[in-house]
Design a protein around this ligand. Structure first.
Ligand SMILES: [Zn+2]
Length: 439
């Protein structure tokens, strides 16, 4: 966090963005990358000199490579890196940077995934963790064998390095595992000799486990474990230069367990669906401590409100605006033009030759043209929880005033006299084809 803060303050782009956030956004005209951050101002907040986009910390340029390395720990591949990034960090173009980072990783490219075998047999959808568990052996691989266990519901994986692959050795490991998580109702395996033995059958029976073996010549029916075996293989292969394969394996497992998984319910991480909580990791250190986070939520809220109200509510003389009109027991918007800014939030606005005083909250920017906002990579930008002010003013612009009415009596009395209080009916732009001009 302190590194991020330090680097943020000297980051060419971010320091401008922060200055703009501090000065209430919008007053300062930013261009290029800095302007992109401000397209969703309600997402931006500050905490201890760090910029946040939603709950994601914005990483300054100098630290991005370090973060990419961290996200790439265990070589999770592009998709999972993006998912991880979305939980913690943000910068413009982060997706493109992730993609090119993975392309440059030689190990990742060498271990490119083989096309996925189609799973011919599909298991009923599991509705609770550790009810049906798939097991399989991987290896020998780089001289080692691995017992792979995958929970069908959460996809929580266990991978155990095995010196021996006999029934006895397998049972010993499973006993340990089931002591931690309980006996599953169903255990699915292939027809490996360690699983077909009487010893193994006895073990399952004694523990009330229904052991299902995939039909011969139909190994895909244990697809869950098989696919994962493939994933494990690739993970180990990617770090094959690393002498300590056990460390590699644990790193990989940690990343896998904490990363949101599309085949785990609600696309949560296996850990969340299995343990009921996310795993804390080095990336979690980028999140402010919980106490600060709580604080920050309030701050963010204030900031959001400030942006929400203040940002589009700063007007300059001659700005075109929609003005709240309170007569007739209804609220409607009529068009006007800002004459004068009287204070932070008070304006005199010209409406049909009359000057009315309005609070900024009673004004909305009126666009002359509907310039669409620059399209953004939806993937990068989390949808704002509520529409941004700029969006709402362009997408749901009020109906054009059919009637232009003089200001009502419940207007804030203007210090400036209303121009010519003769109660002339306001000039209306009546479309009269018989007239040559409307002057
Ligand atoms: Zn890699």
């Amino acid at each position: 966090m302190t590194d991020v803060a330090k680097e943020t303050m000297i980051d060419e782009v971010l320091k401008d963005v922060i200055a703009s956030v501090r000065s209430n956004i919008g007053t300062k005209k930013l261009s290029g990358t800095a302007a992109k951050y401000l397209q969703q101002p309600q997402q931006l907040s500050l905490q201890d000199d760090c910029l946040f986009f939603g709950s994601r910390i914005v990483i300054p340029t100098t630290l991005r490579n370090r973060i990419l390395k961290q996200l790439h720990e265990g070589h999770p591949g592009v998709a999972r890196m993006k998912v991880l990034a979305r939980q913690y960090v943000f910068w413009t173009n982060i997706n493109a940077d992730i993609e090119s980072f993975v392309k440059k990783c030689r190990n990742c490219q060498e271990a490119q995934k083989a096309p996925i075998k189609t799973e011919l047999f599909s298991w009923p959808k599991e509705d609770r963790p550790w009810n049906r568990v798939h097991i399989d052996y991987a290896g020998p691989f780089l001289g080692k064998n691995y017992l792979v266990i995958v929970d069908a519901y959460s996809k929580w994986p266990e991978v155990i390095e095995m010196k021996s692959t006999t029934s006895t050795a397998t049972i010993k490991q499973l006993t340990q595992l089931f002591a931690q998580f309980g006996n599953p109702e169903t255990l699915v395996s292939d027809n490996g000799t360690q699983f077909t033995s009487q010893e193994f059958a006895d073990f399952c029976k004694a523990n009330g486990i229904n052991h299902i073996r995939s039909p011969p010549y139909h190994p895909q029916s244990n697809g869950q474990a098989e696919r994962f075996v493939d994933t494990v293989k690739r993970a180990l292969l990617k770090d094959k230069d690393d002498a300590n394969s056990s460390e590699t394996l644990q790193k990989f497992l940690m990343v896998y367990r904490r990363t949101p998984c599309p085949s785990s319910p609600n696309s949560r991480s296996p850990a969340e669906n299995f343990l009921g909580r996310p795993l804390r990791s080095t990336l979690s250190m980028l999140n402010p401590p919980r106490s600060i986070l709580k604080n920050r939520d309030e701050k963010m809220e204030q900031q959001f409100n400030r942006h929400h109200n203040a940002r589009p509510k700063q007007f300059e003389p001659e700005d075109l605006v929609w003005v709240r009109d309170y007569r007739l027991g209804q609220t409607k918007w009529i068009s006007g033009q800002v004459l004068l800014r009287l204070g932070n939030a008070l304006y005199d606005v010209l409406v049909n030759d009359n000057i009315v005083r309005r609070h900024a909250n009673q004004l909305r920017r009126r666009e002359t043209d509907d310039t669409p906002t620059t399209p953004w990579d939806d993937f990068d930008w989390p949808q704002p929880s509520s529409p941004s002010p700029s969006q709402s003013s362009s997408s749901s612009s009020p109906p054009p005033p059919s009637q232009k009415l003089p200001p009502s009596d419940n207007d804030v009395p203007a210090t400036l006299r209303r121009s010519e209080r003769h109660h002339q009916p306001p000039k209306r732009l009546n479309m009269d084809p018989s007239l040559k001009s409307y002057v």
